[in-house]
Design a protein around this ligand. Structure first.
Ligand code: DX5
Ligand code: ZN
Length: 216
């Protein structure tokens, strides 16, 4: 399977959101990556259900919703209603992660779990078989445009081994500071899905940039 590209809407021009969504629809991108921040788990607030529902109206590709919020269980049904296809929660906020993952699946979505840069891959050992995706944060969550953390490669390797050992079907997604400078090495190390925010939306020709990332 060749790698998937998920442009992060956080870096889009919100005043021209429909235009930005159409650009992604027409590009070689595979998914929409949608970052929800609550100002509690992370020191920033992004957007919530009304904006996600509005994106869904125009999006012709799967919606990969990354929740950077405390207590995600409260809102699983609402994110489904708003249009999420893949719902990712953070390991660091889930006391009953197994239950959370099962609920996401019962609601008919794919379930992902995200790890902060300081959280070891090994904590997923007893849940990996149930996951559709693991999102490795390659920056501290909260903002776009930060520099990529090099320790990510080690974590991808460890996760690849854990997936192999357990026979899990989980995809490995990497999020934060992804660009044409690191995407090849990330894919070679074992990443399946690459999120790119600033590198895509702040470039002169985002559609061409996506094409380039897809073909590297
Ligand atoms: C960061 C978000 C990322 C962000 C990536 O907390 O989870 O998805 O949009 O942005 P870039 O690609 O600019 O690092
Ligand atoms: Zn994200």
């Amino acid at each position: 399977m060749s790698h998937l590209i998920a442009p992060s809407i956080l870096a889009a021009d919100f005043a021209n959101l429909q235009k930005e969504i159409e650009m992604v629809n027409q590009s070689e991108a595979d998914w929409f990556h949608i970052d929800v921040m609550d100002g509690v788990f992370v020191p920033n607030i992004s957007f919530g259900m009304p904006v996600i529902s509005a994106i869904k109206k125009h999006a012709k590709k799967p919606m990969d919703v990354h929740l950077m919020i405390v207590d995600p269980d409260k809102f699983i049904k609402d994110f489904k209603k708003a249009g999420a296809d893949i719902l990712t929660v953070h390991y660091e906020v889930c006391n009953h992660l197994h239950r959370t993952v099962q609920t996401i699946k019962q609601e008919g979505m794919q379930a992902g779990v995200s790890l902060n840069p300081h959280t070891p891959v090994a904590v997923l050992e007893d849940i990996i078989a149930d996951l559709d995706m693991v999102l490795i944060m390659s920056v501290n969550p909260g903002f776009g445009g930060q520099s990529f953390i090099e320790n990510t490669y080690k974590k991808i390797k460890q996760l690849r081994e854990l997936i192999k050992k357990t026979g899990s079907k989980a995809l490995i997604e990497v999020d934060g500071g992804v660009s044409d400078q690191n995407i090849e090495k990330l894919v070679d190390t074992g990443a399946n899905v690459l999120v790119a925010g600033s590198f895509v939306f702040k470039s002169k020709n985002p559609k061409e940039t996506i094409k380039k990332l897809k073909r590297l």
